[in-house]
Ligand binder design. Sequence first.
Ligand code: FAD
Length: 546
Amino acid sequence: MNFSATHRETFLQRLQSEPFDLLVIGGGITGAGVALDAASRGLKVALVEKEDFAFGTSSRSTKLIHGGLRYLKQLEFGLVKEVGSERAVVHHLAPHLVVPEKMLLPLYEKRGFGSLLTSLGLKLYDWLAGVRPEDQRKMLTRGQTFKAEPLLNPLDINGGALYAEYRTDDARLTIEIIKTAYRKGALPVNYLRVTDLLYKHERVAGARVMDEVGQREILIHASIVVNAAGPWVDELREMNGSKTGKYLHLTKGVHIVVSRQKLPVRQSIYFDVGDGRMIFAIPRDRTTYIGTTDTNYAGSKDQVYATQEDVAYLLKAINTTFAGVDIQSSDIESSWAGLRPLIHEDGKSASELSRKDEIFESPSGLISIAGGKLTGYRKMAERVVNLVAERGFANRKLATPHTHKIRLHDAFFSDDQEVRHFTAMTAFDLKQGGFDESLAEYLVHNYGKQAKEIVEKAATFEEDKGVALIRAEVMFCINKEMANFPVDFLIRRTGMLYFRIERVRQYLDVVLNIFSNAFHWPLPVAARERARVVKEIDSATLFLKL
Ligand code: FAD
């Protein structure tokens, strides 16, 4: 059966009537990774997400699969080794979605670590992560640094370095992992909020869940429950009466998006802003995005947006780092803000807190996982499922962890060359069909080989070509990726609200119409969903003063 939002009723019936080995709460990258690992080892898995998959931090990161160079400064060698080595693994699993990207690191006379220390640090970084010799760091002279990025303000730059990272789309990665978990037998469903836990002989044995689409309650029974609720982990621990000892410390990180014309950087740059912090400027499509901030956060976890202060901080950083660049608040096309679910440590500032993951086990058996990185999702999942196996299934022979071999598509790409070839073919098909061929890269990055299915479907619609392509995309996301609402499509399935916001405005009514027809919405529901998109556009483009 397709992973379609139109099969919701059937999925909910299964969730209520079948007992599961494992219930995962949270459909971010952590929960998705746990579901895939557990299902591929032979456990019967359900996953519930209170909003859309990747609604939380997993659609609001810097979108890098990276080793975390700055964690070397905090002497977190174990973390750097693990996530650094994971980069190549995740690239192999989905080469169209996790793309190699050289990062330029400008070096300054009066800030940062200087050339010698940086050179040693990057060498250590490459060594810990086992980077191939041809991709290892390259130190640059002052002249070479400007050649690599002529836009840099020459003021006190004395050299630079190039090192290897990968860029991705966090929400797409999460959704592809969710879909792969489904193919392996797991049952992940979005818009299901856990409102209480169920107990049997004082052990957690499932959850009471609110269906946010149909507004009814269901009960899900499972031998073990994993809490992978990211910034909401402590809410579940409170529900379980087990929030003792360590607790979460949330910090907010903001990104802004400007047009590539406004900030035409040649490649990704990671620069020192003079207050001890580092910021990325990353080209993507026809935009460049810049981030991030790192400030303590105590507001609503469901509505996290950039404020004027966040924007001013990032604009100052860009306008002083790049010469001849004068970006104003009015130049910002879009933005997003996410919460880091870090573990609190007394006396440490937001930036000093460790990014390591930690597992908490409650006396009644709730297993919670917090902290960590997008990049390390696979290893985190392995650790959680090892514990699940030990606690619940010691007498059952489960397969050993093998998600490093599970590609994130049935029709996968074997390497970068195949991705390039397929992108060229997609551009050709688009042109032949009268569509905008410049969308090929976007379509392949987003959907991999599934892009072919979308383009072929679009060719069967007799209407304006732009509308036909959007229609085919929306239908694909409803029928194969469990998109329930326009916001799911415009934010998590396509990133359109961040990187092509003008297309959101252009096609909003078309998208709304397709959802309305697919789900037979009465007018008030369609109006509510339209308002939801407009609110998201406003929140990404209008910045409140704190
Ligand atoms: P989330 O993605 O937040 O998922 C938790 C989910 O649980 C949410 O979707 C939520 O709706 C759901 N949930 C909560 N309560 C319930 C309930 N009661 N019932 C059902 N569902 C519930 N890492 C990298 O590797 N690379 C980067 O470039 C990077 N950049 C970052 C930049 C920023 C600004 C931030 C904030 C983080 C960044 N990270 C990065 C870290 C990374 O994004 C996070 O570690 C990761 O996304 C956390 O995923 P998660 O699944 O644990 O949490």
